[in-house]
Design a protein around this ligand. Structure first.
Ligand code: SF4
Length: 233
């Protein structure tokens, strides 16, 4: 994990029960304040022997508790790109709900993308899929993922699957969570198979519908239940 800054603003329906906001509110932290963290330079930090602390070959999950493309971080992002360039031996993944900002956030030498960066465009319903993925489809990115989490309705991704490496589906986790229907998950899986795109069912929802029956699941079981379905492709 690499979190060069913290804090975020709710941006669309999928943010309604954001776990970052919930965690911060329990600790009395203001999520709306976007601030640099002490880990800002983590990818290039070295030990006493002058060796990078982040070992070569690792996958680095970037900004998983905020959004890499958030506006308040515009002044800091170019330094991050510099570090990402320096650490071409690491692979960086970031997810974003702000893909429309992407063209304004890339470095001058981005061209058709950095080989060591995967961008995950997050969607939750058809409206956000059509808006964000029609932008995402046109962007020069070497490794593209689509993240449907939390998925809150049936979604047609077929127009947007070209050049996508992986689609991830997951439900919402909260007492008040909107339900995840297993039929929607299987439907996206079929779309992925038809387009030869990898598919991963990452987590069930707190409220889960299967074969017309409603289930309420424990947070701790959401990922293991999804794994048990054994439907990754
Ligand atoms: S964009 Fe992500 S981190 Fe930010 S509020 Fe929405 S769900 Fe939370």
């Amino acid at each position: 994990m690499w979190s060069p800054w913290r804090g975020c603003h709710k941006y669309s329906e999928g943010c309604r029960y954001c776990y970052i906001h919930k965690g911060d509110s329990r600790r009395g932290v203001d999520t709306g304040k976007i601030i640099k963290t002490d880990n800002f330079y983590a990818p290039v930090a070295k030990n006493k022997l002058g060796v990078y602390k982040m070992k070569s070959g690792q996958v680095v999950y970037l900004c998983f508790s905020t959004d890499f493309l958030i506006e308040e971080a515009d002044a800091w992002r170019s330094e991050c790109w510099q570090m990402i360039r320096e650490r071409s031996d690491l692979h960086f993944i970031f997810l974003t709900k702000r893909i429309e900002r992407f063209p304004d956030c890339i470095p001058d030498d981005w061209n058709d993308g950095y080989e060591n960066v995967t961008v995950g465009c997050t969607i939750e319903n058809q409206d956000r899929a059509d808006y964000r993925l029609s932008i995402f489809r046109e962007l020069p990115v070497k490794h593209k993922n689509i993240i449907c989490q939390p998925l809150i309705e049936r979604v047609d991704l077929e127009p947007y699957l070209e050049d996508v490496e992986l689609v991830v589906v997951g439900g919402e986790s909260d007492k008040m969570a909107r339900p995840l229907d297993y039929g929607w998950v299987l439907d996206i899986r079929e779309q992925c198979i038809a387009h030869n795109v990898h598919f991963e069912f990452r987590q069930c929802g707190t409220h889960f519908i299967k074969d017309g029956k409603n289930y309420t699941l424990n947070v701790r079981d959401l990922c293991s239940q999804a794994k048990k379905a054994n439907i990754n492709f």
